[in-house]
Ligand binder design. Structure first.
Ligand code: F6R
Length: 608
């Protein structure tokens, strides 16, 4: 969704800001803008569409300055027009502001300002901030921002410059991420660390209701109540090359191919093979309560939710814990009634998904303990939870989540194993599970060896406008995830169904034009899946099977087979999801879609 980049220092401000915006493109946006300050001159330009449109406007202009702010906007209040794009400014063009989040009382504030004679140029909620800051300005931008913070309700990450305060950027946050970057003689701020990781890995996570004043060699942080605070400088582990394509045509393909590594990273230093017990240092602060937990609620959205759905089956297999999986956007409005010692586990790549964050805050209010499996270190969900485990998977840039899904499955399995081994799971089963988990990265490489075959299947079927994905038990969530991947990047309509439900409706759709992807590894659901495949075939529906290597029987039945190596039944999803990701990728490629930035989608969904 919206992205913020700020810079103060001796570099070419315009280039730093534009490069930073490009690193945020993956978040999804529909317009972009920049304001660069030199002395008391501020050059502000905005454009609808991609950043390249903004670059066209800037081409040939001599824009230099010691500081600046830049923004990508994902429209919420008002259409994606140039007038609605950020930065927004006050009437005298002294104050320029960019904003992520939503000002909930903007309507009241706008009316009040209009009654005072202020003329608005846009339909956005953000513009009220520019007018309020100008209204309160009395020689100190930070004080004007602080007073404005006291007036607004809702969420914001903002960055502001003022004509009279060259070389200074004021940033503030409440509910929307803002990270400050430090390098020699330069200060950065951004809504996402990837916008600055090229220049520095030294960061400060601004906290809610804090404000920071950035100059080229200083950062001073204070609360909304003007109490000065000291925040630790942290080192981020993401590297410059993590945000490069490194020879791949798309980030999505790069991230699919990173999975053997990201699964290794999720396990690194966390396995004790001889004991059959993982070590998860991040959950130790709550271990005394967690080890006796009998009720776990997993909350998440989208692909992370499907990882949670696999997790439920894995926990049921390995532990005595009763697991509930909930869509965060629904869970938060339910009447929450937990048994004693319930843990809520949030799954989130970004750590900023508004619904997941709101759901865990609500659960905390009701007395639950919070765990998180999060990729972005220092993100809001990571900070809100009592304890948790990081994915250590590096940035996921492709909008369609791939490597984080398998990383989440790996960590969920480790967590289930750890708890299971403290309950009834035997040493033999624990050792066996760890042995099988360690083989997964190599097994995924064996699936990559079939990439050409998967591409050829996609070429045969990408013209079909409806697809069905079927699976049972561990692979039912993979059917849903496979359908989601296909629809979000290729725009082909796809349904993911538990195969047993097919007869209760979707079978009516089966015809020679609708491919069914059947996820049918040799597990305890195999024979049932074979019956479902036969039902599709007898209605002349083409079937693409994702099956266990060497399964001769399935070849007799279906049109296409993609093989996955044999593993323990509860680990199959780590393998069966890979062909689904590649099928979606190649269909989207044949349809010439914008794979890394599919239409209407945002990587980090920070509005409800
Ligand atoms: C789909 C996808 C989304 C996210 C969802 C949750 O490919 O990426 O469905 O999984 O928006 O995001 P996080 O995991 O950041 O909370």
């Amino acid at each position: 969704m919206c992205g913020i980049v700020c810079y103060v220092g001796p570099r070419d401000t315009k280039s730093v800001l534009i490069e930073g915006l490009k690193q945020l493109e993956y978040r999804g946006y529909d317009s972009a803008g920049i304001a660069v300050q030199h002395g008391n001159q501020i050059a502000c330009h905005r454009a609808v569409g991609k950043i390249v449109e903004l670059e066209k406007k800037l081409a040939g202009l001599d824009i230099t300055g010691e500081s600046g702010i830049a923004h990508t906007r994902w429209a919420t209040h008002g259409a994606p027009t140039e007038e609605n794009a950020h930065p927004h400014r006050d009437e005298k063009e002294n104050v320029f502001v960019i904003h992520n989040g939503i000002i909930e009382n903007y309507h009241t504030l706008r009316k009040r300002l209009q009654q005072e004679g202020v003329h608005f140029r846009s339909e956005t909620d953000t513009e009220v901030l520019a007018h309020l800051i100008a209204h309160y300005y009395d020689g100190s931008l930070s004080e004007a921002v602080r007073k404005t913070m006291g007036q607004v309700e809702g969420t914001f990450g903002i960055a502001v410059i003022h004509r009279n305060e060259p070389g200074r950027v004021v940033v503030a946050r409440r509910g929307s991420p803002l990270i400050i970057g430090l390098s020699d003689g330069s200060r950065f701020a951004a809504s996402d660390v990837s916008a600055m990781v090229r220049y520095t890995n030294q960061v400060i996570h601004l906290q809610d209701n804090e404000l920071a004043v950035l100059t080229k060699d200083d950062v001073s942080i204070s609360t909304a109540q003007a109490v000065s605070v000291k925040r630790d400088v942290e080192t981020v582990e993401w590297r410059g090359e993590d945000i490069e394509l490194s020879g791949f045509p798309h980030f999505m393909l790069k991230e699919i191919y990173e999975q053997p590594n990201t699964i290794e990273n999720a396990m690194r230093g966390r396995l004790e093979p001889a004991e059959g017990v993982p070590k998860l240092g991040g959950i130790m602060p709550v271990w005394d309560r967690l080890k006796d937990c009998r009720h776990l609620v997993i909350v998440a959205c989208g692909t992370s939710f499907y990882a949670g759905c696999v997790g439920r089956y894995v926990f049921e297999k390995l532990t005595e814990i009763d697991v509930q999986v909930e869509l965060a956007s629904e869970f938060r409005y339910r009447k929450l009634n937990f048994p004693h010692n319930t843990f809520i586990l949030a799954l989130s790549q970004s750590g900023e998904t508004a619904d997941t964050l709101a759901a865990i805050k609500e659960a905390k209010r009701k007395g639950a303990s919070l765990l998180g499996i999060v990729n972005v270190v220092g993100s809001s969900i990571a900070r809100e939870t009592d304890a948790g485990v990081y994915n250590h998977a590096g940035p996921e840039i492709g909008v369609a989540s791939t490597k984080i899904f398998t990383s989440q499955l790996t960590i969920l399995t480790l967590l289930a194993l750890l708890l299971g081994r403290h309950q009834n799971l035997s040493l033999t089963d624990g050792v066996e599970a760890i042995r099988a988990l360690k083989q997964v990265p190599e097994q995924i490489k064996a699936i990559f060896a079939q990439a050409n075959h998967i591409e050829a299947i996609a070429e045969n079927y990408y013209h079909c406008s409806n697809w069905l994905f079927l699976g049972r038990k561990y692979n039912y969530p993979i059917a849903m995830e496979g359908a989601l991947k296909l629809k979000e990047i290729s725009y082909i309509h796809a349904e993911g169904y538990p195969a047993g439900e097919m007869k209760h409706g979707p079978i009516a759709l089966v015809n020679p034009e609708m491919p069914t992807v059947a996820i049918v590894p040799q597990d305890d659901m195999y024979e049932k899946m074979i019956s479902n495949i036969q039902e599709v075939k007898s209605r002349r529906g083409p079937v693409i099977a994702i099956a266990t290597q060497g399964d001769a029987k399935i070849r007799e039945l279906v049109d296409e087979v993609i093989e996955v190596p044999p593993t323990l039944s509860f680990l199959n999803p780590l393998l069966t999801v890979i062909p689904c990701q590649l099928l979606a990728y190649y269909c989207a490629k044949f349809l010439n879609r914008d794979i890394d930035q599919p239409r209407n989608l945002a990587k980090s969904v920070t509005v409800e």
